[in-house]
Ligand binder design. Structure first.
Ligand code: NAP
Length: 298
């Protein structure tokens, strides 16, 4: 970071991430890696924004000439009334993770689902078209994945969740989605864990960009690995740790596996491109995230 800080000036363009907590968000690392790699005089910083301050914070974006904003917990829904328009995904999900300043107008996007699909393609050369999918979980991340898989032409998207009402709501996102059970897992092509089961225990909320309070992981698994087999693709949206016990067990069963770093980087890459109009250096961003997760786990 030394060279980037040395070059900061009054002309440097500013983007940020707003959330509470925000200090351990990966967004600044990912975007500053991208700015440096692309030689852009831009910087990404954290804006600690208390619950209840989302509207005031968003009004400050154009007022201060800030060029874009990532939005994390607890503001993904709360920012919406302050925006001029929403992308289709953000509107359907009722959640915004990226604000673009477009000619003075504030546009809310949700790049998680597109990031997931881009990661699937990047990691495995796989597209949703024709896939039978099981998504475990029905929260914000699961909903974005369900929507993206359905939009991408998946044959079926089966939602398995602890609470049935949340699963039913998520299943309304796309026609091919339905509520199912773990008995659906063995027959599907793609299994996605979108619950925090197996994540490093966190001290301040369960969001993906929050702070691990200890390096211990839970040994709970989102589903019995005995349900998994070769020929399946298994994605754990968790990236802290890089390899959950469930992911390791899935690999031992012969499934091909990926963790959540690729989705994290690809959703950020989409935001980077919306803000700067420049293609994102995904490899450099991924390397930076992997190094940081590794350092945090020591
Ligand atoms: P969320 O909105 O709080 O949803 C959590 C989901 O997990 C809910 O469906 C919840 O079920 C389920 N769940 C929680 N604890 C459970 C338990 N003990 N047993 C069974 N189910 C449980 O969280 P989120 O934002 O969607 O995040 C979910 C996971 O995805 C987190 O691990 C997060 O780190 C990861 N994530 C990764 C990325 C990425 O870029 N890689 C992006 C976003 C999220 P109920 O409905 O029954 O409460």
């Amino acid at each position: 970071m030394g060279d980037a800080r040395d070059s900061l000036s009054a002309a440097t363009r500013i983007v940020g991430v707003m959330g509470d907590p925000v200090a351990h968000s990966m967004s600044p690392l990912i975007h500053n890696t991208g700015f440096r790699d692309r030689g852009l005089d831009w910087v990404c910083v954290g804006f600690p924004t208390s619950k209840g301050m989302a509207i005031e914070a968003v009004r400050g974006i154009p007022a201060l000439g800030v060029r874009g904003m990532s939005v994390t917990m607890p503001h993904k829904n709360a920012v919406i009334p302050a925006l001029d328009s929403l992308s289709d995904d953000a509107g359907l999900l009722d959640a915004v993770n990226c604000i673009q300043v477009d000619g003075g107008r504030l546009v809310g996007h949700n790049t998680d689902g597109a990031g997931f699909v881009a990661a699937l393609n990047h990691d495995f050369g796989l597209l949703p078209q024709g896939l039978d999918c099981v998504v475990i979980g029905a929260g914000g991340a699961a909903r974005s994945v369900v929507l993206a898989l359905g939009r991408g032409g998946a044959s079926s998207v089966t939602i398995v969740n602890r609470s049935a009402p949340a699963a039913r709501v998520a299943a309304e996102l796309v026609d091919v989605a339905r509520v199912g059970t773990f008995a659906d897992v063995p027959d599907c092509d793609l299994v996605v864990n979108a619950t925090p089961l197996g994540m490093v225990e966190v001290g301040n909320g369960t969001g993906p960009q929050n702070t691990p309070s200890s390096p211990s992981t839970t040994d709970e698994m989102p589903c019995d690995p005995a349900l998994l087999s070769p020929g399946q693709t298994v994605v754990d949206l968790i990236y802290q740790p890089l390899r959950t016990q469930w992911l390791a067990a899935a690999a031992a069963r012969g499934a091909r596996t990926a963790n959540g770093t690729s989705m994290l980087v690809h959703q950020a890459a989409i935001a980077f491109e919306l803000w700067t109009g420049v293609s994102a250096p995904v490899s450099a961003m991924s390397d930076a995230v992997a190094r940081e997760v590794d350092a945090r786990s020591r």
